[in-house]
Each structure stands twice: as structure tokens, then as C-alpha cells.
Design a binder for this molecule. Structure first.
Ligand SMILES: NC(=O)c1ccc[n+]([C@@H]2O[C@H](COP(=O)([O-])OP(=O)(O)OC[C@H]3O[C@@H](n4cnc5c(N)ncnc54)[C@H](O)[C@@H]3O)[C@@H](O)[C@H]2O)c1
Length: 361
């Protein structure tokens, strides 16, 4: 039987990534959509052929309608936890966009409630759900590069420099929490943990280059209150180190996501804009001497360009998890690191993730 999904927040990510990802699954159907904007509701109605009774302005009404048994939360960051808690209390399985919330305390509340109710909460760490990153995960798990020493991660964009970009919710800490730190950083922090390299302590800086933007609804200018760059130097649970560079003010190839893992036997590199596959250079002396090679992503990981995130959510709700599933525990781990970065930057000192974790008790 197909699972019945209600989407809350039908903006960019829901209309693009989520819509196409659900289209890959035979196990679910979108039966209801909620958005505070009429234009978004109308778009959803067209995209999924929904009747007027299946469109909602208030997320509580969607959850209470009895139409769906799972909700997919795609609203601005500060709303995720409140909406997830309401859905869990109504007995629904939940998928939440990343970051799970705006601080680790509220994310821990969702985690604890999900545990109490025995319901699944999935977090959309999308980079876990693409063919080449899944291939990378399996190669790393196989121990191909041996003991890991360094992880160099870059996630940089120029989207903060687009001419005329206004003061959207992403630039307001009240709705976003932080800027690139939680927007791009939550993905990269999770990616690292997923590669078995959990951050245990760090120093960091972050800041805002573009300090003012024009408001959405008037010609008035107002301050940007979220960061547009962040740099993290981290110690990892394995004893390795990581450098994570995040920016939306770097004029570069469209959106550069580069992940290089250096181990005792060589290195492996994932980079999103050079096409599918991985760059590898590891093995014995002779192999390394031949230089880097590109290996194609095997077909078993799926079609290049597709995102298998929605199927992973449905599988989790059906009790089936695997190496790729991203859960509220992963969302909390990423949030703890984000909170550690905020504190490290504020107090200009080294912060352990356990220091943040202890504050939750
Ligand atoms: N996983 C990814 O790769 C990825 C990519 C982009 C965005 N995101 C995340 O997805 C979320 C949404 O981002 P977006 O880019 O789609 O933003 P967006 O502004 O395009 O969409 C948000 C939508 O939520 C609606 N909304 C706001 N308040 C609401 C409420 N109370 N009830 C119902 N709907 C409400 C808005 O009207 C809007 O249509 C964010 O948390 C963001 O971090 C994740």
C-alpha cells in the first residue's frame, strides 16, 4: 500500500528536489500540501493534481485532516521543530529539511519525542542520497585509503553576490538561525560524520560580507543577521583532522562541493562539478606513481543526477534502514557541531562538541 505524504512548505526545495525525488518512488503519493502563500498552494495543486480540500494554509489543519500518514517539512529552519513535534504528537512519521532546527536544544526535544512515540524522523541530508556520494561511502567503508589523516571540504557558492538579492528569510537569524553555517555547513558536517569521521572539537570563524539587503516587501534596506562565510578547523573521532570552508560570497563554478580524504594509502576525491564518478589515487607505490584516475559510479547506485532521498524516507517509515539513512540522531549531531562553531567563533577559543552536549542535560 502506498504511503500518504503531506508536504508542509512548497517553496524551492519542495517543488524541485522533493518533487522529483518522490517521482522516483512507487511507494508513496503526495496527498496534501500546506503553504502560507496562495501561489505556492496553486503550484502544488498543478504539480500533483490535488483537489482544493487537499490544500492547506495552516500546517496544523493539514496534520489534523487525517489525509496523510507522513509529513515532509520544507519550511524555513525556525519552523522545522515546532511542526515536527505537532506531527509526532498526531502519530505521523516525519521528514524534516536540514538543518533539523536552529539550536541543539529544540532538536533534542524532537529526538526525545520521536523516541517516546516510537516514530521515525528523517533528516534531508541530501548529499547522502546521490549515486556518487553513496559510491564514495562504500569505498571509504571498504578501507581503501587506509587510516585517514586529513579531510578537506569545500562548499562554496556565489549566491550571496547575486545582484539585487533581497532580504529573504535566509538572511534573517530569526528564521534561519545561522547562514551558510547551517545551510551548507549542516550538509558538510553530516557528510563527514557519514564518512565515519565525527567532529569532536573545533575552532572556527564566521562572518558577514554583505551586511545589508533590501527588504522583500519595501525599498527599505535592513541588516543581514546571518553569516555568509564560515571556516572550521576540526579534530575528528578517528584522530584525523578536517578543514571545512563554507561561503556564499565566492565567485566560482556554480556550486563547488569538494571532499578530499587523505589516508595512509593515498587519497580519494569527490567533486560535484566535474561529472559523475570519483577521482582516486591510492594503493601501492606503483599505483600512486601512475597518478590519479577517475572511476565511474557503478550503475547499481542509480541514475546520475537523481536524488534517492524520498525513497530513503519512505523506507525508513516502513522500518527499512541502510547505510544511507539520515535520521534525527544525525540531525542532532550536526546541530551540536553548529552550536560549537557559534560558540568557538563568539569566544575565539577551541570548543568540544561534548561541552555543547552536556548543556542539553
Ligand atoms: N536538502 C537540501 O539540499 C536543501 C536545499 C535547499 C533548501 N533546503 C532547506 O529547505 C527548507 C526550505 O528552503 P527553500 O529554499 O525551499 O525555501 P523557500 O523560501 O523557497 O520555501 C519555503 C516555503 O515555506 C513556506 N512557509 C513559510 N512559513 C510557512 C508556514 N508557517 N507554514 C507553511 N508554509 C510556510 C513559504 O511560503 C515557502 O513557500 C530550508 O530549511 C532549507 O534549509 C534544503
Amino acid at each position: 500500500m502506498k504511503r500518504k505524504i503531506g508536504i508542509i512548505g512548497y517553496g524551492w526545495v519542495a517543488g524541485a528536489n522533493h518533487r522529483s525525488s518522490y517521482a522516483l518512488s512507487k511507494d508513496a503519493e503526495i496527498v496534501a500540501v500546506c503553504d502560507i502563500k496562495e501561489s505556492a498552494r496553486k503550484k502544488a495543486q498543478q504539480d500533483f493534481g490535488l483537489s482544493d480540500e487537499c490544500l492547506f494554509e495552516d500546517y496544523k489543519a493539514l496534520i489534523d485532516s487525517g489525509l496523510c500518514d507522513m509529513v515532509d517539512i520544507c519550511t524555513p529552519n525556525s519552523l522545522h521543530c515546532e511542526q515536527a513535534k505537532y506531527a509526532l504528537n498526531a502519530g505521523l512519521a516525519v521528514s524534516m529539511e536540514k538543518p533539523a532546527g536552529v539550536n541543539s536544544r529544540e532538536v533534542e526535544e524532537v529526538r526525545a519525542l520521536a523516541e517516546e512515540k516510537g516514530l521515525p524522523v528523517f533528516i534531508c541530508f541530501t548529499w547522502r542520497h546521490m549515486p556518487t556520494t553513496r559510491f564514495l561511502k562504500d569505498v571509504i567503508d571498504s578501507g581503501a585509503v587506509g587510516k585517514v589523516y586529513h579531510c578537506y571540504i569545500k562548499c562554496i557558492k556565489e549566491s550571496g553576490l547575486w545582484e539585487g538579492r533581497r532580504l529573504e528569510w535566509r538572511f534573517d537569524e530569526k528564521y534561519a538561525g545561522t547562514g551558510v553555517l547551517c545551510d551548507l555547513g549542516s550538509h558538510m558536517i553530516d557528510f563527514l560524520g557519514w564518512m565515519n569521521e565525527r567532529i569532536v572539537g573545533l575552532s572556527a570563524n564566521r562572518g558577514t560580507f554583505i551586511k545589508e539587503r533590501q527588504k522583500l516587501d519595501s525599498d527599505e534596506w535592513a541588516p543581514v543577521t546571518t553569516d555568509d562565510y564560515a571556516n572550521i578547523l576540526a579534530d575528528l573521532s578517528s584522530g584525523a583532522t578536517a578543514n571545512i570552508e563554507l561561503s556564499r560570497c565566492a565567485k566560482t563554478e556554480d556550486q563547488l562541493v569538494e571532499f578530499i580524504i587523505y589516508g595512509e594509502k593515498g587519497y580519494i576525491r569527490f567533486c560535484n562539478y566535474v561529472g559523475e564518478g570519483l577521482e582516486i589515487c591510492y594503493g601501492d607505490k606503483e599505483t600512486i606513481a601512475k597518478g590519479k584516475v577517475r572511476v565511474a559510479t557503478p550503475e547499481k547506485y542509480g541514475t546520475p543526477g537523481e536524488i534517492y532521498q524520498s525513497q530513503s524516507f519512505i523506507d525508513m517509515a516502513n522500518g527499512k534502514t541502510d547505510n544511507f539513512t539520515s535520521t534525527i540522531d544525525d540531525g542532532l549531531e550536526a546541530q551540536l557541531v553548529i552550536d560549537a562553531v557559534i560558540l568557538a567563533d563568539q569566544e575565539k577559543r577551541y570548543v568540544t562538541v561534548d561541552e555543547i552536549r552536556r548543556k542539553l542535560k
